[in-house]
Every structure is written in C-alpha cells, then in structure tokens.
Design a protein around this ligand. Structure first.
Ligand code: HEC
Ligand code: HEC
Length: 312
C-alpha cells in the first residue's frame, strides 16, 4: 500500500515530466499525435492506466489524415478543439473553468471516464430529468448549461448554435462504425453497483474530507480549486468556478461513480465503493453555482435521492 507521501511524490513526478523538466522515468506522457503508449481497450484508453496516458487521444481529428478539408471535416475539428479547451473555445456558454475533457477524459475516449465514443447512435433517448426524449444536441446543451455552468450567462446555447453543432459533429464522428441505435458495451459503466450504494444520510463528509486530503489534494489542492500539471489542470471541484448544482456531477452517486473508476489519476480504481461515496459526499457538501432551472427538473418522478442540492 502506498502512502500519501509517495502518492504526492508520484504526482510531482508527473508534473515535472509534463512541464518538460525531465524526460526520464516511466511516467513520460506521449507527445500529441504520436503512437499510443498503451494498448487500447477496444477504441478506448484503458481505465486502469494512470495519468501518464492523459495526453493520448486514440482518434484525433486534428491529426487524422483521413479527415478531409470539407465543411464537415472543419466542424469536427472545431468540435474537438471545443471539447478539449472549452472555456477558451466556447466562452459565451461557459461560466466556469472546466473543459468537457475534464470529466470526459482523453477527449471523451477513456474507458470508465464517461466516454462519448459510439454513443451518438443511442440518441434520441428518453431522459428522466427532462421527462422526454432528447437529441444528442440537447444532451450537449445540458452539459453546457449545468456542467459548464452556462445557465449563469446571458445567452443560452440552442441546437443550432455553432458550438453545439461542432461538438455533436465530433461525437458523431467518434461513433462512426458503431451500429445504429445501440449502446456500446462501455457505456454507463461509471456507476457504483446498486447493492453497494450507501444511504445518503449515512455518508459522513468528514471522513470524505480526510480521504480527500490523502488521495486528491496533491492535484486538486486543499481548497479543491486544482493545480496545473503541465498543460493540464485538475478542475475546481467546488466553488464559483465549478459545475453547478443542477449537473449530473452534483449528484452524490453519479460523482462517486466518476471518482471510483477514473480517480485518483495516478491509481484509478484503487478506492473502495464506500470511500468513493464518502469523498463524493464531501465534495457535494460544498457550495457551487445555482442552476436556475432546478424547479423544472424531474417533473414526473421527482429528484433522485442523491440529488442533494435539490433538497437544500
Ligand atoms: C495525479 C493528479 C490527480 C489526483 C491525485 C486526482 N486527480 Fe482528479 N483530476 C486530475 C486531472 C489532471 C483532472 C483533469 C482531467 C484532464 O484534464 O485530463 C482531474 C479531474 C477530476 C474530476 C473531473 C472534474 C474536474 O474538476 O476536473 C473529478 C471529479 C476529480 N478529478 C476528482 C478527483 C478525486 C475525488 C480525487 C481523489 C480521490 C482525485 N481527483 C485525484 C488529476 C488528479
Ligand atoms: C463536471 C463534469 C462534466 C463536464 C465538464 C461535462 N460533462 Fe458531459 N457528462 C457528465 C456526466 C456526469 C454525464 C452522465 C450523465 C449524468 O448523469 O448527467 C455526462 C454525460 C454526457 C453525455 C451523454 C453521454 C451518454 O453516454 O449518454 C454527453 C454527450 C456529454 N456529457 C457531453 C459533454 C460535452 C460536449 C461537454 C462540454 C460542453 C461536457 N459533457 C462536459 C459530466 C460532465
């Protein structure tokens, strides 16, 4: 079992490598556009690899020679640029410091980190929060309004917005080759098993805080705002620069599922189901921006038990 000191040292090693201070050791990230250092899990970066693969993108439209210079090719490339650098590339709809790729790791191409490969064909799909079938574009808008805190802005994205069309084009391009209207086997695998869910009122945020200090603060900071690691930055987990309280990641079990399989980045999968839920309870005990439309969500079934901000 590694101590938090060696974890912090390992995080520092990644940082040094990423910033180019050293090129030795086994944590060297691949240069963009070079061959993958890791074997792939189907089309995805395997969930068990560490932060050393954070820079790898199996299908990158910026370097894919097969992608032409047509208007669609240009839209796909724009979608990729928005996905990986959202605050700078889509400023009108982003009111926090998170890129899509902060949560959907490796530009949406990592196993058990909310991958978006092959999911375009699953839409339109029924959505409980909206109580209707939604298109892929509407799903993208939902992540803008909530995960990117877009609802804080004067202007809301629509299905015809250039940014939404570009992101949908990128995700649809990633879905080429996957059969129509089926969900790929890697979809929905960021969830804690139902039998392992702990009732919300039995989760102790103070235990979560201690676990956060040990396993997360080296990269996310004691204040949860994230430290730069080369050209990457662990995103703000709470506060005004984080996702808002209507986002999927503001739900305790949803967040626990992300943490359980995608983090800590140097040792993903190392936390227990219980630890992941306690850390999620801690993170969701913190203040974050308010999503104005909460009262209209879940009109038929009511908010799920883990949607804690809907109950405060
Ligand atoms: C070695 C550094 C490192 C450690 C340790 C780490 N993270 Fe992260 N985390 C990152 C990076 C970097 C990202 C952004 C992903 C990217 O851009 O590739 C991230 C992203 C996230 C995200 C997505 C949203 C955001 O704010 O970026 C969550 C949630 C998260 N981490 C939670 C945790 C939790 C909880 C722990 C502790 C169990 C943890 N992380 C430990 C580096 C780390
Ligand atoms: C704070 C983390 C976070 C950020 C940032 C984020 N998302 Fe998401 N996204 C999620 C979560 C969590 C889900 C899973 C559904 C849920 O429960 O809300 C999701 C689901 C999705 C889905 C549906 C996936 C499926 O399998 O049905 C798409 C598409 C998507 N996001 C696209 C985006 C795009 C595009 C952006 C940037 C504009 C983005 N997301 C930013 C957390 C995030």
């Amino acid at each position: 079992m590694r101590t938090s000191a060696t974890r912090a040292a390992a995080a520092a090693a990644v940082l040094l490598v990423a910033t180019g201070c050293t090129r030795r050791g086994n944590v060297e990230p691949a240069e963009p556009g070079t061959a993958m250092a890791s074997d792939l899990a189907g089309p995805l970066i395997p969930a068990t690899t560490t932060m050393t693969t954070a820079w790898e993108v199996p299908r990158n439209p910026l370097t894919d020679a097969a992608l032409d210079v047509s208007p669609l090719g240009e839209q796909i490339r724009r979608g990729y640029r928005i996905f990986t650098n959202t605050p700078a590339e889509a400023p009108a709809f982003v009111h926090n410091k998170l890129s899509c790729g902060n949560c959907h790791l490796n530009a949406g191409q990592r196993e058990r980190a909310l991958p978006v490969v092959g999911i375009a064909t699953a839409f339109p799909e029924y959505n409980k929060r909206d109580a209707r079938r939604i298109t892929l574009g509407e799903r993208v808008i939902s992540c803008f309004m909530r995960s990117e805190n877009g609802s804080a802005g004067a202007e809301a994205p629509t299905p015809a917005s250039r940014e939404v069309l570009a992101l949908s084009a990128y995700i649809t391009w990633l879905s080429q080759g996957w059969a129509a209207s089926t969900s790929p086997s890697w979809r929905g695998r960021n969830a804690i098993a139902a039998a392992k869910l702990i009732p919300i009122d039995r989760l102790d945020p103070r235990r979560g805080a201690a676990l956060f200090d040990e396993h997360c603060s080296s990269c996310h900071g004691q204040d949860g705002q994230g430290v730069p690691i080369g050209d990457k930055r662990a995103g703000p987990l709470w506060g005004p620069d984080s996702w808002n309280d209507g986002a999927g990641a503001a739900r305790v079990y949803t967040l626990a599922g992300i943490i359980r399989y995608a983090m800590p980045y140097l040792d993903p999968g190392s936390l227990s189901d219980e630890q992941a839920q306690e850390i999620a309870a801690f993170i969701t005990s913190k203040p974050r921006p308010a999503y104005a439309g909460k009262a209209n969500d879940y009109p038929t079934v009511g908010p799920p038990v883990d949607a804690v901000y809907y109950r405060r």
